[in-house]
Design a protein around this ligand. Structure first.
Ligand code: NAI
Length: 271
């Protein structure tokens, strides 16, 4: 039991149904529950989030679903109020909620899959802001209101899910890259600021991973073979392989790790 009695909040953790393709947060919820954690799932997909929590409880784990739109500060405040009154503490926060849908210039809709439609000069302000809102603002708010609750305990671990595209450039996801780059740097700021209180803050940088978010990438043979050709290990990751990195950073095994970037990408950005 690597997380015995730890309280962990995972945002975007709804997609964890057994027998289906899991998201990274859903897979992390199942794995962390197996390791003895009390798992709180925060998401906007209430139906699936509740089902995932129910399934975890049915197999002897401990999970509770809470509606949470990570862009909404008031919702963060009420989620943490609920955790303070029910679980009484917060040990681990996984800021995982995200959307990968690129925001296209509407005038280029016909070129949806063309790289041109996604390059800097075609990015709209609305598109940029919607990515920053979910990823950067969501992560900031989660840390802002979660840190005081961690301070009540013996410290804690915050894991922010960025992407390899928060580190290196690419043709296809400009606004997403700006937002994931912000997640990477917010992580380092918080790591430095809260280290004295034993609150560790790290970022995870997944590469191409089979999840509900990326269905289009791995079911379209042309896109799939293009992406796989970029991966030294020659295949997409399963969500569980990313979740194992989250488990490591959540557990006391990583007690000396803070401000770090854990890249789990089959070697893509080693090239
Ligand atoms: P997913 O679709 O399974 O999970 C995303 C979850 O976030 C969903 O449950 C969705 O309902 C939730 N969500 C979206 N907006 C939200 C909001 N405003 N408030 C609360 N919840 C919200 O997809 P996946 O792939 O597991 O994504 C998880 C994270 O991993 C995301 O941050 C994504 O950007 C990141 N990532 C994914 C990669 C991939 O190849 N699948 C690669 C690199 C990073």
């Amino acid at each position: 039991m690597r997380l015995n009695n730890k309280v962990i909040l995972i945002t975007g953790g709804a997609t964890g149904l057994s027998g289906e393709i899991n998201g990274i947060g859903g897979a992390a919820a199942r794995i962390c529950a197996k390791e003895g954690a009390k798992v709180l799932i925060g998401d906007i997909n209430d139906e699936m989030g509740q089902k995932t929590a129910n399934q975890i409880n049915e197999i002897g784990g401990h999970a509770r679903y809470l509606h949470l739109d990570v862009t909404d500060e008031d919702e963060w405040v009420s989620v943490y109020k609920s955790i303070a009154s029910v679980e009484g503490k917060l040990d681990i926060l996984v800021n995982n909620a995200g959307t990968g849908v690129p925001n296209y210039d509407p005038s280029l809709t016909s070129a949806r899959n063309s790289e041109e439609a996604l390059m800097v000069e075609h990015i709209t302000v609305d598109g940029l802001q919607s990515q920053l809102k979910v990823h950067a603002q969501g992560v900031l708010l989660g840390m802002k209101h979660g840190i005081p609750l961690m301070r009540n305990g013996l410290g804690g671990s915050i894991i922010n899910v960025s992407s390899i595209h928060g580190i290196v450039g690419t043709h296809t996801v400009t606004s997403y890259q700006a937002a994931k780059g912000a997640v990477r740097q917010l992580t380092k700021a918080a790591a430095v600021q809260y280290s004295k209180e034993n609150i560790r803050v790290n970022s995870i940088h997944p590469g191409f991973t089979k999840t509900p978010l990326t269905t289009e990438l791995f079911t379209n043979p042309e896109i799939l073979s293009d992406r796989v050709s970029q991966i030294p290990l020659g295949r997409f990751a399963d969500a569980e392989e990313i979740a194992m990195g989250i488990l490591f950073l959540a557990s006391d095994e990583s007690s000396y790790v803070t401000g770090a970037e854990l890249i789990i990408d089959g070697g893509v950005i080693a090239q």
